[in-house]
Design a protein around this ligand. Structure first.
Ligand SMILES: [Zn+2]
Length: 311
């Protein structure tokens, strides 16, 4: 078995205004990194379209209709202070959902132990009824709810190491007793949520707030000594990852000073837990990361670790 890689060219149609950090070039940079021979063994699959029923797991119909009808015929439509749509953005967003759904289906059916979903727009800032922070739909929260509703799982873990708090994931999963959600993030920073006292309706949420400049050691303490033992104790049947690479020292939007090797480390520790409790089942999905080199290298380290551990 090998690692599955879900992507789709339509994710390149989600064009953002000039100078916007969440840009087409991000996927192109990752694509170049994953085209190297060491990634030949990846099982590459086209991300299918997500469906209305998938969106409705996390969002009211009015939210879906708003996104669908906001897509412009040409140019850009601004739908939030820093979120816009272009012709093709809706299909890109549906590929991101569909990629996550297909990855969960494939991993739960035993086709592979783990998968990486290389799509955009990202999802972890999209709340139930509010697109924001470059995100239209809560891709990973949708995948978690799909695992529960469609596959009948009782315990799913969602881990978010993007430098920004996954406020959208938290919003969607706040009243969900069957999912433990844990996030590490820089604080204070956009979007302003993610304080340690935000623990969900069932004490099923953990937020690790990290100081600007805190670096590798504090990150490894947060994950190794707090988040992952708490997840392991839950014995999840599937682990989903919101994989953002914007905590890297080179990222222009934040300042946590993580290094490329930290992404290999945290991935390794996540797989350690997955092997102990759920036969190694991990589905990881691209969120942020805005320095193209750091993004490509961080993603490559992450995917390479998934491949080495998923074989
Ligand atoms: Zn981010």
């Amino acid at each position: 078995m090998t690692t599955l890689l879900f992507s789709h060219d339509q994710c390149l149609d989600h064009v953002t205004p000039p100078g916007h950090p969440e840009r087409v070039e991000r996927l192109e940079a990752i694509g170049r990194a994953l085209a190297k021979p060491e990634f030949d063994a990846l099982d590459r699959r086209a991300a299918p379209m997500g469906e209305e029923k998938h969106v409705r797991l996390a969002h009211p119909l009015a939210h879906l209709d708003r996104i669908r009808t906001s897509e412009p015929v040409e140019g850009y439509a601004q739908i939030d202070a820093d979120t816009s749509m272009a012709p093709g953005s809706f299909n890109a967003a549906m590929r991101a959902i569909g990629g996550n759904i297909a990855a969960v289906d494939a991993v739960l059916s035993g086709e592979a132990r783990n998968a990486f979903v290389m799509t955009r727009p990202p999802g972890h800032h999209a709340e139930k009824a509010k697109p924001m922070g470059f995100c239209l739909f809560a891709n990973v929260a949708i995948a978690a709810l799909h695992a529960i509703e469609h596959h009948g799982l009782d315990r799913v873990a969602v881990l978010d190491f993007d430098v920004h708090h996954g406020n959208g994931t938290q919003d969607v999963l706040w009243n969900e007793s069957g999912v433990r959600f844990a996030s590490s993030h820089q604080m204070p920073l956009y979007p302003g949520t993610g304080a340690p006292n935000e623990t969900g309706a069932y004490d099923q949420i953990r937020n690790a707030a990290l100081d600007s400049g805190s670096g590798s050691q504090l990150m490894r303490e947060a994950w190794g000594e707090h988040i992952l033992p708490w997840i392991e104790a839950y014995q999840p049947q599937l682990i989903l990852v919101s994989a953002g690479f914007d905590a890297h020292a080179a990222d222009p939007l934040a300042g946590l000073n993580w290094r490329t090797e930290d992404y290999a480390w945290v991935t390794d520790r996540i797989v350690d837990v997955a092997e102990k409790v759920c036969e190694g089942r991990v589905v990881s999905s691209l969120e942020g990361g805005y320095d193209l080199d750091a993004l490509a290298q961080g993603t490559a380290a992450h995917v390479k670790t998934l491949m080495e551990r998923g074989a």
